[in-house]
Design a protein around this ligand. Structure first.
Ligand code: NDP
Length: 598
């Protein structure tokens, strides 16, 4: 590419630095480095938020639709099914209430990163406008419960109940849903909305079992130990030395609250996150009054277009997500002025420019230049989930907060007393694992159950060499089964947008089958094969082109390891806008192409 650009950075030097930082972090054990939360680690999954354990008789009733998961996916599917006239719906949820990720993740500072007016589902339907541009977890959880009430989804919901097996009974033409409460529910249709980041994981650090202090994972925050609540005030930490392991999107949000109250806080970093401007603000009631019917869909589509690189007349959201696109358009204009850059070169330059800005922000906000240097991320934007926070970086100016940078190597070992990094032991009273969720493990392991179809084949076997579906939502041999997922479906950073499009599509098919008294609906082998070919025809890589192989390791790119199934299990490579259009055209055609009804 032309190096004559007048930018204030050296692209070659940055490319080399990114390469070095990536290689430093590559490890042969990839996904195997993490510990599954089972057996002696199983207690990390206990639900700290329920006060009364449910003790009930097993349910063996028949229902029209079982929805697995009471997070946004299950709630949106339930809502769209209700709107399509489906009455008999049972949501099965392992937590004590609706909310999914927002039920579990109540750590201090938990907040949506996508603008709340786009992110919170069904706002117009519930006649609700969020209180702030970026809602905190408490409001999102309350909104989840409000959706449940509005659509009468509490009616048959089974909480504190985990699905253990899903088996098709060919004689009955029903799914038999077995659960942790001994239920054996007969369901005509099942939709699986398990959520993509649903199973927390621990780092496989030597000595992890030896630690004698207190520990918990951020997705099961122990407020009995820390005091306070999601708004902060963790007063019980005033005499505690705390280590938090991990600096992903979760840690970025809770570290400011830990720093505020802990006697001593060690933030253990393997790879720094990009931390962009949050710029939260309360909702202007006058603006809310002006919103016309259809406003939420319009806003979601505007946002999705901008983050998909499609210029819009107006940027309705105008935040860190859409800003990167602004930078690309700027590069594009520059290119048109005679530099003859290819699209790939332009995108790389825009990315360098944005990352330079992210790194400059660290210098602005962190007083100690040595600490600031360690907090700077050296990789392409979107190699890792971008984060947005105004409190995280200044936390490192506090005298009680220390950044423990592991130079990309991670924690060396855990002892009885604390955490060892580069030979130095940090003695602590509590270790908080902010180490994320399983992504690269098998679908059945993450879901916690397997699915056995018409020929008793397990879905995990059917998908052994990669996902096989039509539109990411149904597989041949698994009648009346629907999936809400990104694999072979659409991908957008605004995940509830994808869930809504899937919910509308599934409700369309299920309500048609029920209304016309079809016993089964199944994806044909030909349609499944053709969709697999369509997916393979794109080479977007995992997560729709995010986190490519040259990225620093993380869950976006299978921890930097080759994954033979990645292309086949990737989202639809044509982008979410084309995918949503394709689904709508399919529905509008009215032919249910690729499905057989009986
Ligand atoms: P992540 O997987 O993003 O982060 C895990 C962290 O643990 C990383 O910093 C990782 O380092 C670190 N780590 C893992 N093993 C070790 C080790 N052995 N030693 C030291 N550090 C280690 O998990 P999060 O919970 O932060 O976020 C998960 C996802 O949840 C996000 O990507 C996002 O999609 C979602 N999320 C969304 C939010 C929102 O919308 N508001 C808020 C929070 C999360 P390394 O990077 O080197 O692997």
């Amino acid at each position: 590419m032309s190096e004559s650009s007048q930018q204030a950075f050296d692209p070659d030097a940055l490319r080399e630095r990114y390469r070095i930082e990536r290689e430093k972090r590559l490890r042969a054990d990839g996904n195997q480095q993490y510990i599954e939360m089972k057996d002696e680690f199983g207690h990390y999954l206990d639900d700290p938020y329920i006060t009364d354990r449910i003790d009930r008789e097993p349910v063996t009733d028949e229902v029209d639709v079982v929805l697995i998961g009471g997070g946004f996916g299950g709630l949106q599917a339930g809502a769209r099914l209700r709107e399509a006239g489906v009455k008999d719906i049972c949501i099965i949820e392992k937590g004590g209430n609706f909310g999914g990720t927002w039920y579990w993740n109540r750590y201090p500072g938990a907040q949506c990163d996508i603008e709340s007016y786009c992110y919170l589902p069904l706002l117009e339907e519930l006649k609700y406008v969020p209180q702030e541009k970026y809602s905190y977890a408490r409001e999102i959880l309350a909104h989840s419960e409000a959706i449940g009430k509005h659509y009468n989804l509490y009616d048959k919901a089974l909480f504190q109940t985990e699905v253990k097996e899903l088996r098709w009974d060919e004689d009955l033409k029903r799914w038999i849903v077995k659960t942790s409460q001994g239920d054996a529910i007969k369901a005509r249709f099942v939709s699986m909305a398990n959520g993509p980041l649903h199973r927390p994981k621990l780092p496989g650090v030597p000595g992890i079992k030896e630690y004698k202090g207190h520990t918990f994972h951020t997705s099961r925050w122990d407020y009995d130990y820390t005091g306070g609540g999601p708004d902060g005030g963790l007063t019980k930490l005033a005499d505690k030395r705390v280590a938090i392991i991990g600096t992903g999107a979760t840690a970025i949000q809770c570290v400011p609250f830990l720093g505020e109250t802990a006697k001593q806080l060690y933030v253990i970093q393997r790879t720094p996150s990009t931390v962009d401007v949050r710029g939260n603000s309360p909702t202007d009631p006058e603006w809310a009054e002006t919103l016309e019917p259809g406003w939420q869909k319009q806003r979601m589509e505007n946002f999705n277009a901008l983050i998909s690189g499609i210029p819009q007349e107006q940027d309705l959201v105008d935040d860190g997500w859409t800003d990167l696109i602004g930078k690309m358009i700027h590069q594009f204009r520059k290119a048109k002025e005679g530099e003859n850059l290819s699209v790939a070169d332009m995108m790389e330059l825009a990315n360098f420019e944005k990352m330079e800005e992210i790194r400059a922000r660290v210098d602005e906000l962190v007083e100690d230049p040595e600490v600031a240097e360690k907090l700077k991320p050296y990789y392409q934007m979107f190699c890792k989930r971008p984060t947005f926070n105004d409190g995280y970086l200044p936390t490192f100016n506090r005298p009680n907060v220390e950044l423990v940078d592991t130079n990309g190597q991670g924690v060396e070992r855990i002892t009885e007393k604390g955490v060892v990094v580069a030979g130095v032991e940090y003695e602590v009273d509590c270790i908080i694992f902010s180490t994320g969720f399983e992504v690269g493990t098998s679908y059945s392991r993450r879901a916690g159950y397997d699915v056995y179809g018409r020929d008793r084949t397990a879905l995990s076997d059917h998908w052994r060499d990669g996902t096989r579906t039509l539109h990411g939502m149904g597989s041949h041999g698994f009648p009346n089964l629907f999936i809400m997922n990104t694999s072979q479906g659409g991908f957008t950073a605004n995940f509830p947008h994808l869930l809504d499009e899937s919910a509308i599509h599934q409700a369309h098919i299920i309500s048609h089958a029920l209304a016309d008294h079809h016993t089964t609906v199944e994806v044909t082998k030909e349609a499944e094969d053709a969709w697999v070919e369509t997916i393979l025809g794109f080479s977007g890589g995992p997560m729709g082109g995010l986190g490519g192989p040259s990225c620093t390791p993380g869950y976006y790119n299978n921890e930097g390891q080759p994954n033979p199934n990645a292309t086949q299990s990737a989202p639809y490579g044509g982008g979410s806008i084309r995918f949503f259009k394709l689904l709508k055209e399919w529905r509008d055609a009215g032919e249910f192409d690729g499905l057989t009804f009986n």
